[in-house]
Write a protein of this length. Structure first.
Length: 283
């Protein structure tokens, strides 16, 4: 299934993509797609629906975050071997973990607001793992049982903020730095998350091209590692790292985003995002 939420912020409705690529409005049956209902079988209930029984949405308009109830947005750094080489960093021996503030989360095509004082605004296309069941001390062999689905993420970053200290969170958690979607795609549609093409363009120019087969720590290993040090709750999302081609790594000089720039990105089978960078109204 490909599940989504459409409408203005705070008034989104639940939808699903049918076989013809049309959006079907499930809100009358489903209510809202909240992660608190994942363990109660909500996703299985939706999977058993006949989408042809539900109205087609001719103009969905704005897309919101595909589900509600994200308690944690966990990020993995330097998790692609070719990105680590681009950064001139050794491959990590254990996953590098940091958190993105929940207030950073936004819809997949919402504007990216440049923070006040920002000088080094950057992009990162990433595969997102969506947790479907409460996970504690999960083994790699059982990790797949705890996945609700996958999604496209853009780990928007402000590198000047990020590098002010040894902790990265300051440059990762600004408002609108966490676009998610367009869909939550259930695992039956993604048989091997370790073989997915990723890409990202800035103003129509290809910047990132990669494949999840370059991940140092694959999906199951990340869930096992993280669930040892924190409880992963339904709806939590894990950003699994980015391939090479980020602005910070451009040669001979880095390339930074500025107001007016348009970022487009996508992952095979998971859809596409588009964000326009806009100035901060408080600047």
């Amino acid at each position: 299934m490909k599940l989504l939420r459409f409408g203005e912020p705070g008034r989104e409705k639940v939808g699903a993509i049918d076989r013809d690529g049309a959006v079907r409005d499930l809100s009358a049956k489903v209510g809202d797609l909240h992660s608190s209902r994942f363990e109660g079988g909500l996703l299985d209930e939706i999977a058993n629906l006949d989408l042809t029984d539900f109205p087609v949405v001719e103009t969905p308009g704005r897309l919101g975050v595909p589900w509600e109830g994200i308690s944690k947005y966990v990020c993995i750094g330097l998790n692609y071997s070719d990105h680590a080489a681009e950064a001139g960093m050794p491959l990590p021996q254990r996953p590098i973990v940091f958190l993105k503030a929940p207030s950073a989360i936004c819809g997949p095509n919402d504007d990216t607001i440049q923070p006040v004082g920002s000088t080094k605004l950057d992009w990162e296309v990433e595969l997102g793992i969506v947790i479907g069941r409460t996970a504690r001390n999960v083994s790699e062999e059982r990790a797949a049982d705890f996945i609700a689905g996958y999604c496209v993420l853009n780990d928007v970053s402000e590198r000047a903020f990020q590098m002010e200290t040894t902790q990265w969170a300051k440059g990762k958690g600004c408002d609108t730095f966490g676009p998610i979607g367009p869909w939550l795609v259930t695992p039956d549609e993604i048989p091997d998350p370790g073989k997915l093409d990723l890409w990202l363009d800035v103003n129509g120019v290809r910047m990132q091209t990669g494949n999840t087969d370059k991940m140092v720590f694959p999906v199951a290993a990340l869930i096992a590692d993280l669930s040892r040090c924190m409880t992963l709750l339904p709806g939590d999302v894990i950003a699994t790292g980015t391939p090479p081609g980020v602005g910070m790594g451009m040669k001979p000089e880095p390339v930074w985003l500025k107001p007016g720039d348009v970022v487009e990105l996508g992952i095979a089978g998971l859809g596409q995002q588009r964000q326009k960078v806009v100035p901060n109204p408080l600047a």
